[in-house]
Write a protein that binds this ligand. Structure first.
Ligand code: BLG
Length: 444
């Protein structure tokens, strides 16, 4: 089955583990359900995308964050909706905040050529001819947000899901106001009489809506602001730019040495200390990776406040506790168990697994064991365990937060620089090569 999409974090992109993105994950499950092979094609811009879809026969669908509009319905057929989005005017923090359409006058505005946002601005301009805007087919949504973030343009108009996802890259980007009503994203197939593909798509989308798969995907891609809060999301974006570059080379180097993913290590460091080397917890645990005195000693760390040593110790400890986990625990759960053990210790984690078994749950599934961990702080439960009391709620939050940071880090870091090179300061926004100045950047 051929799928036409766009190369952007909300749709489809490559990361170290291969192909990913919200649309990709949704459409891959669909292909797996049908038992067919997926062939992904990317279109450079929206006009191309609709052109490609129109030209083809055979099973082809477009999964590219498309909103059905009257104009588009003349060209293609849309599926049931899977995501509700609202178009939002975006401005730069520190500038005066536009609050209505009249405030768009005199501003430098850019949107994607051929987008529903361009259609919306065209309609506004009819009522208010003083509004000026530019349509570009050389950019993606992330580029537009970056240009606002860096002050190259004043405003853009993008969908709320893109804002939610990209907030963590762009600390200066803010929502000015919603322009118009919510609309729905759908997949599209070529115009025609044959409804067989469209029917399959619709029953698949109905199914993932009912069984919760769709909601889980939405949470993972668009839920950061809900989980981190707006302040947390800006703060993370700021720390990504200001703090991570100082430690990135250590994360990469020791992750490589211990054969763990450096982004996971960096995510632990963020959860532990917000990437600050001199922190001490109430319990006397210290440093960027928050090592206890015992752990530090066992890992050969003489100064826990030295960020390089701390990261070395954290990497070693993570690799060690992971290798000590029961062989029956498979990935990806194995990684979540290792994180929990990093925080609460292997003994208490074992206790929670035992409790899970007693309850008829699966001791090898993180989803089951995380339900048991909080019981380790209740006497009726911990009194019957081997290692006794533990603050079992803490590793549950710990793992959830780290997974969130890890997801974000896998999007913002450049996959092609993985491996043998250790490169400093190469935060990457998909679609834009941040290592090049704007004038050398073919996308801008
Ligand atoms: C962890 C240790 C584990 C240890 C557990 O504590 O520290 N991990 C590291 O040092 C990396 O080795 O397991 S044990 O050896 O089996 O006992 C349990 O003691 C650290 C945790 C503790 C936690 N942070 C890394 O996640 C912490 O500081 N909690 C207190 C927070 S506060 O002071 O109440 O805010």
């Amino acid at each position: 089955m051929r799928v036409i999409t766009r190369n952007s974090p909300a749709t489809y992109f490559q990361d170290r583990n291969g192909e990913t993105g919200f649309e990709y994950e949704l459409v891959k499950r669909f292909a797996d359900d049908l038992g067919v092979k997926l062939e992904i094609e990317t279109a450079d811009n929206l006009d191309d995308l609709f052109g490609q879809l129109g030209k083809t026969n055979g099973p082809v669908l477009a999964a590219a964050g498309l909103v059905s509009s009257e104009q588009r319905q003349q060209q293609v057929r849309f599926s049931h909706p899977y995501l509700e989005v609202t178009p939002q005017i975006i401005y730069r923090n520190g500038q005066s905040r536009p609050t209505n359409a009249a405030d768009l006058v005199g501003k430098k505005i850019m949107v994607l050529k051929g987008s529903t946002h361009a259609e919306q601005l065209a309609a506004l301009k009819k009522q208010n001819p003083a509004i000026e805007y530019e349509e570009s087919d050389a950019v993606e949504v992330v580029d537009l947000l970056r240009m606002v973030d860096e002050g190259q343009i004043d405003l853009t108009l993008v969908d709320s899901n893109e804002v939610a996802m990209n907030q963590v890259y762009f600390p200066n980007v803010r929502v000015a106001f919603d322009l118009g009503n919510a609309s729905n994203q759908s997949w599209a197939v070529a115009a025609g009489e044959d409804n067989s593909l469209l029917n399959e798509i619709n029953s698949y989308l109905d199914k993932v809506e009912k069984n919760g798969t769709l909601q889980r995907l939405k949470d993972r891609y668009y839920g950061h602001v809900d989980v981190l809060g707006y302040v947390g999301a800006y703060t993370f974006a700021q720390h990504l730019q200001q703090r991570l570059p100082k430690y990135e080379k250590h994360f990469r180097a020791y992750a490589k040495e211990e054969k763990v993913d450096w982004r996971l290590l960096a995510a632990i460091g963020y959860q532990e200390s917000l990437w600050q080397p001199a922190v001490t917890s109430k319990t006397g645990v210290r440093g960027l990776m928050m090592l206890t005195q015992n752990t530090a000693q066992a890992m050969g760390v003489s100064n826990r406040l030295d960020p390089k040593q701390s990261i070395m110790g954290g990497a070693k400890y993570l690799a060690r506790i992971k290798s000590e986990l029961d062989d029956s625990i498979a990935e990806p759960d194995r990684t979540w168990f290792a994180l929990a053990a990093y925080n609460v210790g292997g003994g208490h984690l074992e206790d929670a697994r035992t409790l899970a078994k007693r309850e008829g749950l699966n001791p090898n599934k993180w989803l089951d064991v995380k339900k048991m961990l909080p019981r380790l702080s209740q006497k009726q439960w911990y009194s019957k365990t081997r290692y006794g009391y533990a603050r079992g709620g803490e590793p549950v939050h710990f793992v959830a937060n780290i997974r969130r940071y890890y997801d974000i880090l896998t999007w913002v870091t450049q996959p092609q620089l993985e491996g043998n090179q250790v490169v400093e300061g190469n935060l990457h926004v998909p679609g834009v090569d941040k290592t090049k100045p704007p004038e050398d950047n073919p996308k801008l």
